[in-house]
Design a protein around this ligand. Structure first.
Ligand SMILES: Cc1ncc(COP(=O)(O)O)c(C=O)c1O
Length: 351
């Protein structure tokens, strides 16, 4: 039995806690009042993020969910339609805010591992007729979470955006893990973001900050997003305390994302050899590993409880499907140990 604090926690990269060095910086943060527009550290973060993402402006928000929702609200009107993949995070896990708050419907397009091409845009934009909602926004997710941490190629993003723009649509990128995609593809964020109108990015995932995300875009769109952030209750006061953690993360925790990718790959290579596990190692591109277990081991949810008893925590994401996510609190040695624990459990008799 080895659970609780000493467990190897592979549930998500959101479980990371601020390092001591990050906490020290946060404790000393210069602060103001962001509702009144004079929070110096938040202003500094917004400028830094806009610069990194090659956009005119950005707005700091408490979560990736709010960044996506502000992006949607700022670029659509009630009754309009969004084109997206059905496994998209904003659709799957963000409480239907696109419908409840933004008043939009979603038209799904097919695509392997969450990635689709320009042809499906053309085929799914509604004709301008009285019968149809107006299509106004395309959402792409990079890396694609439920697609297995899949990375869009820059040319794929460009092709979809060119098609969307030609048809008068805007494009939002859910870039919660954009920097993972950049490390994997070996490109700067602007290689991707120059093609999209808005992009969200999270500091509280692999980057290891405790709170916050950003939405970046042109000045007018970000001004509108400020309005929606306030409406949603996301405009904070002395938020420089948390924003300074995000600045620290951008300065210190980007390059090391490559370690998480290497640990994910090593873990995948080991467990792919274990009978009872189905996993395509070539699909492990970033810090996420999705795999299926043979039904003789029972449902994934039950298997997760068994692993928890052995000191490895992960999530079931489907009837037989599990997800392991690597992050700055999982060392190479722990990644190896987690794989051996799983192999050990699968050598026992099914429960
Ligand atoms: C791809 C993606 N987008 C958005 C979010 C939402 O972020 P938050 O949990 O900060 O609302 C997540 C969270 O895991 C995510 O994986």
């Amino acid at each position: 039995m080895n659970s609780g604090a000493s467990a190897i926690d592979l549930r998500s990269d959101t479980v990371t806690t601020p390092t001591q060095a990050m906490r020290d910086v946060m404790a000393r943060a210069e602060v103001g009042d962001d509702v009144l527009g004079d929070e110096p550290t938040v202003i500094r973060l917004q400028e830094k993020a806009a610069n990194l993402l090659g956009k005119a402006d950005s707005v700091y928000v408490p979560s990736g969910t709010m960044a996506n929702l502000c992006g949607i609200c700022s670029q659509t009107r009630h009754g309009e339609e969004i084109i997206a993949h059905n496994e998209s995070h904003f659709y799957f896990y963000e409480t239907g805010g696109f419908a409840a708050v933004a008043g939009c419907s979603v038209r799904f397009v097919p695509g392997r591992r969450g990635i689709f091409g320009p042809d499906v845009i053309e085929a799914n934009v509604r004709p301008l007729q009285i019968h149809y909602p107006r299509t106004s926004l395309v959402i792409i997710e990079n890396t694609h979470n439920r697609g297995g941490g899949a990375v869009w190629k820059v040319e794929q993003v460009k092709a979809v955006c060119d098609q969307a723009h030609e048809m008068g649509l805007r494009v939002h990128m859910d870039g919660a893990r954009l920097l993972n995609a950049c490390i994997a593809a070996g490109v700067d964020p602007t290689a991707y973001t120059q093609h999209v109108d808005t992009v969200s990015m999270c500091f509280s995932k692999g980057l290891g900050a405790p709170v916050g995300s950003v939405l970046a875009g042109d000045e007018e769109t970000i001004q509108t997003a400020h309005h929606f952030r306030k409406m949603l209750g996301g405009t904070m006061r002395q938020s420089g305390v948390i924003a300074s953690g995000a600045i620290y993360a951008l300065d210190h925790h980007v390059k090391r994302l490559a370690d998480d990718h290497a640990n994910a790959k090593a873990f995948a290579q080991r467990i792919a050899q274990v009978p009872g596990i189905t996993l395509d190692v070539s699909e492990v591109e970033t810090n996420m590993v999705f795999f299926d277990i043979d039904p003789k081991w029972g449902p994934a949810k039950k298997f997760v409880r068994r692993l928890e008893k052995e000191g490895v925590r992960m999530f079931a994401t489907g009837p037989q499907r599990l997800r392991a996510v690597f992050h700055l609190e999982v060392s190479a040695e722990q990644a190896k140990r987690a794989a051996e624990i799983i192999a050990g459990v699968l050598q026992q008799t099914p429960a």
